[in-house]
Design a binder for this molecule. Structure first.
Ligand code: DQA
Length: 155
């Protein structure tokens, strides 16, 4: 089963960007790790990153059309993009929200809101890059047709 692992703005700078918060693993290393972790649980990971919100929305729209499970670290867009809220609302295969840090525990109040969480089958935050491994395990366990990723807007 294929899974999209989608990363939003500035995550391409992992390893160089605020390593005291996000750790020293580079984005290239994260991609390798995700591909390997996915294989271990029988998934094929397509790992992507973009600094362009419309590109992420296009990927989510395609994921909706193809009923592809999504692991999403939308980075700062998580906190304010209503277009992202709408794009996630239409996903039917499982959506797992991941953050390397735990935004709810950080001092900036804007990080305490997520437009993704209402649509997510699971939220994994504050686990470093291991959160992606955990998210892949969740997707492998839920499978494509569990319906648990179906957005209700009520969760
Ligand atoms: C992040 C947390 C967000 O608040 C922040 O804007 C990011 C990364 C994380 O992975 O911890 O860019 O999503």
């Amino acid at each position: 089963m294929r899974v999209l692992v989608l990363n939003g703005p500035n995550l391409g700078r992992l390893g160089r960007r605020q390593p005291e918060i996000y750790g020293s693993t580079t984005y290239a290393e994260l991609v390798e790790l995700c591909v390997g972790w996915a294989r271990e649980v029988g998934l094929e990971a397509d790992v992507r990153q973009t600094n362009h919100e419309g590109e992420l929305l296009d990927w989510l729209n395609t994921a909706a059309d193809e009923a592809t499970p999504v692991i999403l670290n939308a980075a700062a867009w998580t906190h304010y993009s209503y277009a992202l809220f709408d794009a996630c609302a239409q996903l039917e295969a499982p959506l797992v929200e991941v953050h390397i840090s735990d935004p709810t525990q950080r001092p900036e109040v804007f990080r305490h809101t997520s437009v993704v969480t209402p649509h997510a089958a699971r939220v994994i935050a504050g686990q470093g890059v291991d959160g992606y491994r955990q998210a892949l395990e969740v997707v492998a366990t839920l499978g494509p047709d569990s319906g648990m990723g179906r957005a209700t807007g009520e969760r």
